[in-house]
Structure formats: C-alpha cells, structure tokens
Write a protein that binds this ligand. Structure first.
Ligand code: SF4
Length: 252
C-alpha cells in the first residue's frame, strides 16, 4: 500500500471518528425540553401554520377571552413512561388552544378520565396547564404536532413532522408499550418501530416487537378517542380501559 493511500485511510478514519463523537454529543444534548421548544417554534408546514394561527386569531365563541396557543404542541406526560399513547394531531380548539396534548376538548375528556380510572393520571379532568394534572408511567404524543384543517394532515405534512416523532420516541428510553389511537397513529408507530409486514389495524390488535435492550416491546392499538367514535359507542369506556390495562400488563 502506498504512503498516500495509508494517509488517506487514516484521514478517513479520523473523519468518521469525529463524526461519531459529534453525533454522540448531539444525542446526549438532545432532550425532551429541547424537542418541545423546537416543536413549538416550528413553521415548516405553511398550510398548518396558517390554519393554527387563523384558528387562534378567530377563536371559538366559548373561548373568545382566552389566548390560544396557536403553535406546534409538544408531547406531554411522564418522561420515564413505559406506556406511550400516540394520537393523530392537536385539535383546533383543544390542544391548539391550551398548548397541551388532548387538553380542553371532548376527546381529551374521554382519554384523561380513562387514564385516571386505570391509574395513569392523578385526576380525571384536563383543562389546561396549571390544572394540577400529573401523569404517571404514560406519555401522550401525536405524529403531527400542529392542528390540521378537518383533522386531516396531508402525507407531505405527516412526513415533514416525522422527524419530531422519531426524536421524541427515541428520547423516551423506558418506552415498552405503544398505544396508537386509530389508523394514523398506528401507521406512524409501526413506521418508527420498523414493523413489516404491518398487521391490519383493528381495535385491540397487538404486535409483539420482541426483545429490545432486555425488555419486551409491544403495540396495543385502539380506536381513536374522537367524539365520532365515543358518541356512537364504537369506542366505549370499558373497551378503552381494557386497552390501557393490557398496556400496563405488557409493560411488566
Ligand atoms: S406539523 Fe410538525 S413539521 Fe409541520 S409545522 Fe407543525 S411542528 Fe412543524
């Protein structure tokens, strides 16, 4: 091997080593707090930014005296959680108003009451930051962090936001059981966890992800807690409680 080639190889190895060190430093520096700040300052999706701000400006009559959050909504809960609930996106007059996931609308009323009944929350009500709500062993998030018109993000918006979900789920180092709410959350969760082929979505469907870092990881899917499902009894309280109890059981 010529001297030139040896020094090229040495230079290449040094570059790789430095890149690995830089990556490790960045990973160690990343945190749930930094991520929350990045999410709330993000303006990457023009349609969603315009919508979340328009809703925040116009407001619903019942909330006209309130200051809407009107930004990306970070995940919420216990950073050491073993159970992670993955919804769809913030609601226009719920999380987009209060700044906290599933807080301030009927879907959230259903979700947090169930979390209280199953021992994951210290109270059934979720009104807004400062209401005393604390979650234990559960984290709540969504694949899209800004409120979309008609609750329907486009595939491009979903893909644009995927990096935030990936960072978030990677930072939740104790996460063992994922509870996606509805097809959208299910697909995003399966994508992050590399589930292939993906079993067909159904309420209560379970996916065993095998052993990861000495712990079993699984998915337990549920219908979404939307009013559309809960008012029609497609999703009832006992059905949803059973999913949460199963998640706790699988978390070990
Ligand atoms: S949806 Fe996600 S990527 Fe798009 S603007 Fe909101 S936070 Fe940013």
């Amino acid at each position: 091997m010529g001297a030139g080639l040896v020094s090229d190889v040495a230079r290449f190895e040094r570059v790789v080593r430095l890149a690995a060190m830089r990556f490790a430093t960045l990973s160690a520096m990343d945190s749930i707090e930094t991520l929350a700040e990045n999410v709330s300052n993000c303006r990457a999706c023009p349609r969603l930014v315009a919508w979340r701000e328009q809703v925040a400006e116009e407001k619903r009559a019942a909330f006209r005296d309130e200051e809407y959050w009107g930004r990306g909504v970070p995940g919420f809960g216990d950073p050491d959680a073993r159970v992670v609930v993955v919804g769809l996106a913030p609601a226009a007059h719920g999380a987009n108003r209060t700044g906290r996931m599933f807080t301030g609308d009927r879907s959230g009323d259903f979700l947090y009451a169930a979390l209280y009944r199953t021992g994951f929350a210290n109270q059934p009500e979720s009104v807004g930051p400062g209401d005393g709500l604390e979650l234990d062993d559960v984290w709540i998030t969504s694949p899209v962090k800004c409120a979309p018109p008609a609750n329907k993000p486009t595939p491009a918006e979903r893909d644009e936001c995927a990096g935030f979900l990936d960072r978030e789920l990677s930072l939740l180092s104790n996460a063992r059981v994922f509870v996606p709410l509805g097809q959208f959350g299910y697909q995003a969760t399966c994508r992050f966890l590399g589930v292939r082929p993906r079993p067909k979505f159904a309420h209560g469907v379970e996916v065993d992800l095998g052993d990861v870092g000495g712990h079993r990881r699984s998915i337990v899917a549920s219908f979404h807690v939307s009013q559309q499902n809960t008012f029609t009894k497609r999703l009832t309280e006992p059905m949803f409680d059973a999913v949460l109890e199963r998640a706790r059981e699988l978390a070990g």
